[in-house]
Design a protein around this ligand. Sequence first.
Ligand SMILES: Cc1cc2nc3c(=O)[nH]c(=O)nc-3n(C[C@H](O)[C@H](O)[C@H](O)COP(=O)(O)O)c2cc1C
Length: 186
Amino acid sequence: VTILVIYGTIEGHTAKIAREIATRIEQAGHQVVLTDAREPGYAVPGTFDAVIVCGSIHYGRYPEPIVQFAKSFKDALNNAPSALVTVSLAAASEYEDERQEASAHAYHLSKATGWVPNIHHSAAGAIKFLEFSYFKRLIARHISAYTGGPLDDGQDYELTDWPKLNEFVSEMLTFTFTNRLMPVSQ
Ligand SMILES: Cc1cc2nc3c(=O)[nH]c(=O)nc-3n(C[C@H](O)[C@H](O)[C@H](O)COP(=O)(O)O)c2cc1C
């Protein structure tokens, strides 16, 4: 099978997550097309066996290219096995309600675009305080406090649970194969 992995990133961590997903799919013996949503090229859903869309959350929103992609291709996305990976700080929170807030973003994306993914994975992101300018660091620290993230802005954090991400990839591959063998609509 050939799977499209398309990502929207602001600071680059979602690109890293998408690369890891692509690597796992290849290791499982399948083909992958990995694309930045800002330059989708020939990444047209409908020509792939499954699509995995990855996007990070900034100020409660997915990157605009992800929203546009989901809107433009909602029918093709709804007709193939599809998954959404949401990358946020709230996903790493020790508080259940904040973790649920991370999942709520997926629901709002569906409402806004008409695309309903079969599987949603909420992944904890990274926060690279040291790479930010003074003002961005202040803002990021504020956001981090608000979303239950780390507070010490004297270091970088990578909170992604990679084994859990791999579990998601296995789940998505299983779903894709089950769906190809027994299409839901029949
Ligand atoms: C300016 C800024 C705003 C953010 N806003 C949110 C937010 O509203 N909710 C949240 O859970 N995480 C928020 N985050 C955390 C990001 O989702 C996290 O850093 C993620 O790893 C970024 O992924 P990217 O590098 O692919 O853009 C924010 C981070 C920054 C720097």
